[in-house]
Write a protein that binds this ligand. Sequence first.
Ligand SMILES: NC(=O)c1ccc[n+]([C@@H]2O[C@H](COP(=O)([O-])OP(=O)(O)OC[C@H]3O[C@@H](n4cnc5c(N)ncnc54)[C@H](OP(=O)(O)O)[C@@H]3O)[C@@H](O)[C@H]2O)c1
Length: 800
Amino acid sequence: MADGIEPERLSDRLRDLILSGTDETEVLLERTQTRVVRFETAPVHERRHARPAEAARLRRGDGTGFDRLNWEAAARQQPGPGDVEIKVEAIGLNFRDVMFGLGLLPEEILEHGFAGPTLGLECAGRVERVGAAVKLFKPGDRVMAFAKSAFATHVTTPAAVVAPIPRDLAMETAATIPVAFLTAYHGLMICARLKPGEWVLIHGGAGGVGLAAIQIARWRGARVIATAGSPERRTLLASLGAEHVFDSRSGAFIEDVRSVTGEGVAVVLNSLAGEAMERSIGVLRPFGRFVELGKRDYVANTHIGLRPFRRNLSYFGVDLDQLLIDEPATSKLLMRSVMRLFASGDLAPLPYRAFDAAETGEAFRQMQASGHVGKLVVRPPRPADVCVRHRRAFQVAPDKMHVITGGFGGFGLETAKWLAAKGARNLMLIGRSGAASSEASEAVASLTAQGVRVRAEALDIADLPALTRLFARFGRDLPALGGIIHAAMVLDDSLVQNITGERMERVLRPKVAGADNLDQLTRGLKLDYFVMYSSATTLIGNPGQAAYVAANGYMEGLARRRRRAGLPALAIAWGAIEDVGVLARAEGTRDALLARAGIKGMLAQDALRLMGDALAAPAGDIDDAVVAIAPIKWGAARRHLKVLESSAYAKLSGQDEAAAETGDKIDVAALLAGSSPDEARKTISDLIVDEIARVLRLPREDVGRATPLAEIGLDSLMAVELALGLEQRFTLNAPLSTSASSFSVNELVDHIIGLATGALSEDQALKQAMVDRHLAGATVAEIDEEQVMEKVRTMKGVLH
Ligand SMILES: NC(=O)c1ccc[n+]([C@@H]2O[C@H](COP(=O)([O-])OP(=O)(O)OC[C@H]3O[C@@H](n4cnc5c(N)ncnc54)[C@H](OP(=O)(O)O)[C@@H]3O)[C@@H](O)[C@H]2O)c1
C-alpha cells in the first residue's frame, strides 16, 4: 500500500477488492490507481538502440521451424560492370527455400548453385542501378530476375538472368515466372525433348512448376496426365487441359496411367519422393525420359534399381540453380524462349497468393503443407521498417573503483573477473574473512598479474561505522567510486516452523542491512551502476528459503525505491549458477531446484554477459529495476509450483515453446531416474504435444495422444521438422525416426524412452512400436525379424 492514502479510503478500497472475488494474489494500492503484478519476458539482449536500415534481407536464425526466419538489416551491393541492382517488389517462394528454411537441405546440396545456401532465387522489381557494361536495362525498368538471396529489399544480379516484365503483368505475377517456367521448359524441352503427341506424366501438377509444365506440354502438342493430392486440385488441373488427372497420394496412379496409355508415358516430370518416385520410373515406355525435379531423394541418397533403364530409358536430374551458374548461355536461351512464348500469348502467368513481409513464415508454412495452388509470392518489407540493431555496450570506467561485496564467494570472484575483462582496473572485494580461501587468493593474484589493482577488504558489510570509514576514502586516497555489485549472502535454509529470530537475522543481515548501508552511503554520489544480486526464488518461491527470499525481496524493493529517486539500481534475480558459488558446492540443491522448480543451471560468465546487456539498457523505467536472468522450464515449474497458476504469471505461458526454439534439452534418462514412471511419461508426453502443436500450429488440446499423427495433419516434411525439434528437446542416443507421422503421441513416448535409455536402438525402437501396435503383448526379442518387417511392409506409409 502506498503512503499517503487516508485509512478510511484505504479500507474501502480493500473491502471492494476482497468482495470483487479477484484471483489476484498481489495487488498494489496506490493513491490514484490499483496495480497488479505481471511478469513478462523481455530478452535483455533485445534492448538495443536502433536506426532504420538501408536494405533488408530474410535470414535463418537459431532454433527450429519457420519462426526463426527474420527480416534483418542488410547492406546494398554496388553492381559490378555486368550487373543490375533491383529494388525488389515481389519474391517467388520455392520448395528449396522451404527446405533450406527448415534446415533440411544441407548446404553442400545448394552451395554449387547460383543462389547458394541463401533464401530466395527469383523476384520482380524495378532497376535501381546498372553496371557500366549493361545496355539492355536502365533505372526504373520493371524486371523479373533470378537472384541470390532474393528474399530481400534489394538484390544485385547479373543482367544475363534479368528479363523485362511484359507491360500488362503485375509485379507479383511476374515473380511467379522465372523458376517455374524455366524449370519446366528446360525439363520438358531441353532434357526430355518432348514431341507432339507424346504422353507426359506431370507429378505435382498444381504446384508452380507443374502448372507451367502443363502449359508448355500443351503448347508443344503433347498429351498430359497430371497428378495432384486433393480432389479440388484434380478438378482444377482437368480444367487447365490435363487429359487425365490422378491422385498422387494413392499408389493406384501407376495402374491408372497404364490403363490410359497402354505401354506407358514418354516423359515423367517427377517431384515425388521415395517409393512413388521409383514406381514412376516403372511407368515409362521404352525410350522414355525421366526428369527429376525434387531434391529429397538426392539429400537422402536414395538407391534405385537400374533394371528398368535397360529399355533405353534416360534419367535427368534438373537443378535450375546450378544451370544458371554453370551454363549461362543455356540460361539466357531459356529465358529468351520462355519470354517469347509469353509475348506470343502461348504461355500465361500462374495463379498465386501474395503475402506481406510480416506473413513470411505463414507463406513458408503453407508451401510446406502443400496447401496452395500455383505460386506463393512474398512482398519484402520497406527497408525503413527494419532496424539496424547495434548494441550499446555496458561501459566500465577503468580509472574508478568497482566494489563487489561477497567478492570472495564463487559468483563474486567470477564477477570480479568479468569486470576486469570489461576494463576495470581498480577492484575492491569485500567479505567478512577477506581473501581467506585458496580459490580467492589465487583469483586475486591472477587479476593482479593482469594489471588490475585489487583491494581485499575483510569487512562485515552490515557494520555501518566500518563501512562509513572505508567509503570516506573514495575520491581521497582511493579512486572515486564507479559502481557497486552487492553479492554478499549467508544461507541458512530451514522450514518456517524452525526459523528462529537468530537464524532469520543471519540471513537478512548481509542482504538487508548490507544493502541499506550501501544505499545510504552512496546516495550523494554519482554512481555508474548499483547492482544487487537477488535470486529467482523471489519469483517463484522455494520451500526452506523463506528468510533468503525475504532478504532478496527487500533488495528488489530497494532497487525500485532507488530508481524512483532517480538513482541507478538494478536487482538481478539470478537462476542457478552451475559452475561456481553456492549451488556448485551443493549439487543436491541444484538438482532439486531443476526437478522441483524447473530452474536450469547456467554458466557464470554466460549469466554475466546477460547482466551486461541489462546494464546497457536505459535505466529509467521503475518496473525494469528488477530483472530475472534465469532459464526456467515453465512446464516443469508449473507442474510443481502452485503459485504459477496466479494470473501474474499468465504471460509466461508458452515459454516452453520458446525454450524448444532455443534448443533447450531434457535428459530423459535423468527424468526417469528422478521421478515415477507415470510422472516421467507424462512429462515426455506433454513435451511431445507441445512440439506437435508448434509444428502443426494447433492448440495443444487438439493433439490427441492416441491418434496417429498423420491423421491430425502431420505430413512427411512436418515429421522431419518434428523429429528435429524432438531431438533438440530430448537427449537421445540416436537420431529420431522421421517416420513419426505414423505414430501416436503415446507410441512416440515409448520410442523416445527406448532410445534415451539405450534400451533399444532406433531400428529396434521402431520395430517395438510396430509390434506394440500390431502384435499386442509380444516383445521384439520374441518376434521373428521377418515377421516384424512383413508387418512393417504391409503398413502403408509407415516407412518410406
Ligand atoms: N550461486 C548461485 O547459483 C546464485 C543463485 C541466485 C543468486 N545468487 C546470489 O549471488 C550472490 C553470490 O552467491 P555465491 O554463490 O557466490 O555465494 P557464496 O559463494 O556463498 O558467496 C557469498 C559471499 O558473501 C560473503 N558474505 C556473507 N556475509 C557477508 C557480510 N555480512 N559482509 C561481507 N561479506 C559477506 C561471504 O564471505 P564471508 O563469509 O567471508 O563473509 C561469501 O564469500 C548471492 O547474493 C546470492 O544470493 C547466487
